[in-house]
Design a protein around this ligand. Sequence first.
Ligand SMILES: Cc1ncc(COP(=O)(O)O)c(C=O)c1O
Length: 351
Amino acid sequence: MKLFKSHLYQMSTYEPPLEGRSVKKHVLLDFNERTLRVDPEIEKALTKFIKSGALQKYPSYGDIVPRVAAYAGVPDSNLMITNGSDQGIDLVIRAVCSSGDEAIIPAPSFAIYRQFAEVENVTVIEPLYTQEGGFPTSDVIGLIGSKTRLVVIPNPNNPSGTAVPREDIEQILQAAPNAAVLIDECYFEYLGETVADLCDTYPNLLVARTFSKTWGLASLRLGFLISSSENINQLLKIRGPYDVNQLAVVAVEAALENPQYTKDYIKEVMKKSKPALEKWCRGRNIDFWPSQANFLWTFPPHASELAEYLQDQNILVRPKKDASGRMGLRINLGSVEQTEKLIIALNSFYH
Ligand SMILES: Cc1ncc(COP(=O)(O)O)c(C=O)c1O
């Protein structure tokens, strides 16, 4: 007897290679995280909360929604907090999709979309990104049909760093009025562009965001969804009342008190570290996808050996094949100092 829904037995678990990663030992360029410790004020706020003797109490969220909404520039009623943006993605898929529906999820992309869609027994259709053309807008529009219930547009995409023009997003929103169009703006602060302002124009638009990446709070899990207030009211029925933990809320409150700390890091990554790695790649004729995020998908010769060599130098990067099977390395950028260390190690591998 199979206890669970039969399609679950055909699936595998999503197991990112997290074991053995250490902030003490490694330069962590493998998970697109912030690579430096967070603002000390966040650590102080967390310590103060822990010492306040209130850990036994269920979370109370106070004014976190208005605060995050003010940061995102949307009305409070257009936003809900989630347990990381992963939960936001899951909520949207669970609320929208039923067995036999179709989801258009351009590939290669973040594996969680497919994972959560398959849990709902959804047929996933994957038009391909191209290095030259970027997001496959016309393919997506061509694939929208009567069974399409979901279109996922990561902006920018992981692992390619590809951004999608606002006009293309609007074309898709108009072409798929009966599907949820989920814009994953997980790396929003690096790109600096959003479609959150269109939520009241397009009832099928949902935007997922997070405090995991630029804000450096991946371990605490606080994301948020932005959509019309009608959509948010429906999604709130699915999220558990305590799914976001109190420490995450304390940390985000403290983080929002000092956005400059985060802005300075973004500037260092985007204006200094990323251009330095791009320059190094061009100097060596190493192919990479044009990226508007904090990481580069590079295709250096002997990529697997290079990843191992870097690991021996305590620098972790993420091997990722492209659609043709060519092995690449997705390399996250951090501080200038970390990038210099990376480039020294790259040079010594190819000496
Ligand atoms: C494109 C994309 N979306 C969402 C996430 C998940 O982020 P969170 O930590 O908010 O769940 C990631 C994490 O790697 C990602 O790359």
